[in-house]
Design a protein around this ligand. Structure first.
Ligand code: GN1
Ligand code: MG
Length: 338
């Protein structure tokens, strides 16, 4: 790490570095140097094969937004004195951001206002980029939200995965198979959805809030790619609706909060209402079904594949996460948005 910070011109010894956040993929630290705060991140290259593809996307977006929406806060990586956006060491690729002063993040949605603010920020991001041709962005994770492919990977895991875990997951596997029609509905939806600049990871901790609780901007832009709005709206439903997160093992605590559903809808549409086409709007509710089903599928597939993607903090961790997401999906299926 000292080596990385040196590249940015920080003299390592007077620097404080502490872990930050709870992402599953990249590793993040808060760095303080000469009374200024920064965020340092190591890119997980098992997942993101081409860190430079991400860096190029961020550059392209930063330039476009600076020209077209100069007031918009876009947290692009800082350059080293040599003009690099990324630093490569034997440990991997790193990048550094300025810490946005006065900002904070939250981990769990506690009230409708937070959900509204976050949904508004994600909607705003896509709206500001509606005239930017999404196809110009590099695909940083091919087929990231391609549910059909995720289903194939699940089927493959059922053939090649851990036999004992497959046996122990019979009920979850059966639920996923019984609801395979969601994959068909996804394929159908693709004919009606526009390709847009989509964030693809809209959890609440990817929004910066100011001291008064207003949304400032979105962060964690590695998965910004061309995609469908159902990814962003769906991931908000997945991660905001329930008062407990995907980590909760007491499934009786999982429920859909009506006022949060409404806040996601109002917040997102306050920015995207005039932008979404009529056919797109019909998929608003489906967004949640699609994303929760996909996450259940991904956790279950990973459990069967011995946790090689998400990792596990305890035996059966991804099994619990999959069960959690299936419960959430059941709750959303019963829910009547009115
Ligand atoms: C991963 O690392 P994090 O928390 O930003 C994953 C998302 C999942 C999420 C589930 C690149 O995101 O797709 O929804 O975990 N990101 C990638 O917690 O796979
Ligand atoms: Mg992420």
């Amino acid at each position: 790490m000292q080596e990385v910070l040196k590249e940015y011109g920080f003299s390592g010894s007077s620097c404080s570095v502490i872990p930050l956040g709870n992402g599953l993929i990249n590793t993040t630290w808060l760095v303080e140097w000469q009374a200024k705060k920064y965020v340092l991140q190591k890119i997980n290259q098992q997942v993101f094969r081409s860190p430079s593809a991400i860096a190029d996307n961020l550059q392209l977006l930063a330039k476009y937004l600076k020209e077209n929406s100069p007031a918009y806060l876009f947290p692009a990586p800082l350059q080293t004195p040599n003009g690099d956006n990324l630093v490569k060491t034997i440990d991997g690729y790193f990048r550094l951001f300025s810490f946005v002063e006065g900002s904070h993040t939250i981990d769990v949605v506690q009230n409708a206002e937070q959900a509204y603010e976050a949904a508004k920020q994600f909607g705003k991001f896509t709206r500001l980029l509606s005239d930017f041709e999404a196809g110009r962005l590099n695909i940083t994770l091919p087929d990231f939200h391609n549910l059909s492919l995720r289903y194939l990977q699940f089927e493959e895991a059922l053939v090649n995965g851990n036999a004992a875990r497959i046996k122990g997951s019979a009920a979850l596997i059966s639920f996923i198979k019984t609801n395979r029609n969601i994959v068909d509905a996804f394929e159908e939806s693709r004919q009606n959805l526009k390709f847009r600049c989509i964030h693809h990871d809209t959890k609440i901790s990817n929004v910066l809030f100011d001291e008064t609780g207003k949304g400032l901007c979105v962060i964690d832009l590695d998965t910004v790619m061309p995609g469908y709005f159902i990814s962003d709206v769906g991931d908000m439903m997945r991660t905001y609706l329930s008062p407990v997160s995907e980590e909760e093992s007491d499934f009786t605590k999982i429920r859909v909060r009506k006022e949060i559903y409404k806040a996601i809808e109002d917040g997102y549409l306050s920015e995207m209402g005039a932008e979404l086409t009529f056919p797109e709007k019909n998929y608003f509710h489906f967004a949640g079904i699609f994303m929760i089903y996909m996450q259940a599928l991904r956790f279950l597939t990973d459990h069967i594949n011995n946790d090689n993607y998400y990792g596990a903090k305890y035996e059966g961790h991804n099994f619990v996460r999959a069960g959690n997401q299936i419960t959430l999906l059941q709750r959303l299926m019963e829910f009547n948005p009115g």
